[in-house]
Design a binder for this molecule. Structure first.
Ligand code: FES
Length: 217
């Protein structure tokens, strides 16, 4: 039976009857070596870039003062740490008050006795300010307005202001991980600004893998 030859088997310099010419072998080897070299450079860089996405952050609980210092009819701004270890850049403001059942209804659980609202606007992240005479949160950037509960009542923000889990322990308030809410104030894992949570939005914008776990019990 005749041996099967490559198309360039009779190229100058080839041996009679060889099935893979040296030229093709060298070309293939160079291609494989190039692919290995590229992967050696690209894979560590890719891992470095997307690794933090899968690196789940531990829940951070911080003492923000005695529960007695908070009223149930207005908010007090409290400086909190949202990214430890980077100094002032890791600090933010939370607006905090005791729960008022006439306004808020019964607490969902023990992490809901104190209301703590994030000052980061959920449009593109500008700091909002609580305006007591208007009982509203106002964003200076694009005119976003939220009511006393942090629910959007005007402007471009796509959902209510985010909140923080809180816990009362030994008469002091501990502030825990951030969470997002939809218009019914149902809790969701924290989302980024610009991500709606009502309707199909909750599926189109899933939470990051690095989100700290919600407290239990
Ligand atoms: S960032 Fe607040 S309305 Fe745009």
């Amino acid at each position: 039976m005749a041996r099967k030859l490559t198309s360039d088997a009779r190229a100058p310099g080839s041996f009679a009857g060889e099935t893979v010419t040296r030229r093709r072998l060298m070309t293939g080897s160079a291609g494989v070596a190039g692919a290995i070299a590229s992967a050696a450079v690209a894979l560590p860089a890719l891992g470095f870039a997307i690794g933090p996405v899968f690196d789940r952050q531990p829940a951070l609980w911080q003492d923000i003062g005695p529960v007695a210092q908070f009223a149930d009819g207005t908010y007090i701004p409290v400086t909190i740490t949202i990214a430890p270890g980077i100094g002032e850049a890791g600090k933010s403001i939370a607006y905090v008050r005791r729960r008022n059942e006439a306004i808020d209804g019964p607490p969902k659980d023990r992490y809901d006795e104190v209301v703590a609202i994030s000052s980061r606007c959920v449009h593109v992240g500008c700091p909002v300010r609580f305006v007591a005479p208007a009982s509203a949160f106002v964003c200076p950037c694009h005119g976003g307005v939220y009511n006393f509960l942090g629910v959007r009542i005007g402007g471009p923000p796509p959902r209510p202001l985010d909140r923080f889990y809180t816990l009362i322990r030994d008469g002091r308030v501990l502030l825990g991980p951030r969470y997002s809410v939809n218009d019914e104030l149902r809790r969701f894992a924290p989302r980024d600004p610009g991500e709606p949570l009502d309707g199909i939005g909750q599926f189109l914008y899933p939470a990051r893998f690095s989100t700290p776990p919600a407290p239990h019990g």
